[in-house]
Design a protein. Structure first.
Length: 325
């Protein structure tokens, strides 16, 4: 049977096809400029020690006003309340990738506080004139394996590693205080989200300055780095401390295990490392620590971030619920 809508489509097809002699494609006007994300700002915030010209990217939730402004139709009492309220925040490493992704997740998944608490998004960006690969390899790693003897250099692709301590000092003493003061961030809902090397850096923060963030979302953490240096730091922390006041969430793709197959890892088993990391932390029986890990089926190191970040954000900053005012 031939349906009438099929006949109609066949009759119109020649008129709608660009190859048709009667079809004239409209001219595309010249671009007016790059697309800018609404309600976002880029703040140059150099490191006073190294002189590197880092940037901090800020995005406020929909409807929020920047400090010192009002929406134009609010009362003085409303403005005062807005100024006094503390806001949750999510700091993301690898800002060029993570900043637009997490912003979209907050706006789409969060639904203005229903599923996720509306949060200030803070992108930790490297200098604009520097390679992102070189920056993250230097700043997100705790040690420099290239300085050690008998280390195969071809396993590492950047010229320098081991700047994590210096970068952490900059984040702790420059970035977090500056952003927290300007946007009145809530220290009890201050989240760091990192993926791969970014998660390796976040774990370094966890064992160096755990109070800097309340929640740690570690995506596919590179715990393999430099003969599993972070496990040594975990053990060293346990020798010196009786408690660890932090909430830790790990996500890993199931394909990040070592196994035959085109999507599985060939060398580093991130699934085994993450589960071992969780077991080590739980073994300490820290009174104030909460740790959860999720292995996501069907995901690898490159595909897991959107789903994993969504789960982590829902875990760290749950919203008010669909039926709550």
């Amino acid at each position: 049977m031939i349906h009438r809508r099929h006949l109609l489509g066949a009759a119109l097809a020649p008129l709608l096809t660009p190859s048709s002699p009667s079809f004239a494609a409209p001219a595309l006007p010249e671009a007016s400029g790059p697309y800018a994300l609404p309600n976002t700002w880029v703040h140059p915030l150099p490191d006073p020690v190294s002189g590197r010209r880092y940037e901090v990217w800020i995005d406020l939730p929909p409807g929020a006003s920047a400090p010192g402004t009002t929406t134009g139709n609010g009362t003085a009492a409303t403005a005062a309340k807005a100024r006094s309220a503390l806001r949750p925040a999510v700091f993301v490493t690898d800002a060029p990738y993570a900043f637009p992704l997490v912003r979209a997740l907050r706006n789409r998944v969060g639904q203005r506080g229903q599923n996720l608490a509306d949060f200030v998004l803070v992108g930790l960006a490297g200098p604009a004139d520097e390679s992102a690969v070189d920056m993250r390899s230097r700043d997100y790693t705790p040690t420099d394996p290239l300085t050690k003897p008998n280390r195969p250099a071809n396993r590492y692709g950047a010229p320098r590693y081991g700047g994590g301590d210096a970068y952490l000092k900059y984040i702790a003493e420059v970035v977090v205080p500056a952003v927290s003061e300007r946007h009145r961030l809530d220290p009890d809902r201050r989240v760091i989200l990192g993926h791969s090397y970014g998660a390796l850096f976040a774990s370094q923060v966890l064992f160096s300055r755990p109070a800097l963030f309340s929640h740690y979302i570690l995506g596919s953490p590179s715990l393999w780095f430099d003969e599993q240096e972070m496990f040594k730091r975990e053990a060293a922390y346990a020798q010196r401390h009786q408690d660890l006041a932090a909430h830790v969430f790990q996500y890993i793709g199931a394909y990040e295990a070592v196994a035959p197959g085109p999507r599985f890892n060939k060398e580093n088993d991130l699934v085994a490392d993450a589960l071992r990391f969780q077991a080590a932390l739980r073994k300490r029986r820290y009174r104030s620590l909460r740790v959860d890990s999720h292995v996501l089926a069907g995901e690898d190191h490159l595909t897991v971030a959107p789903a994993g970040a969504t789960l982590g954000l829902l875990w760290a900053l749950p919203g008010r619920g669909p039926y709550e005012a």
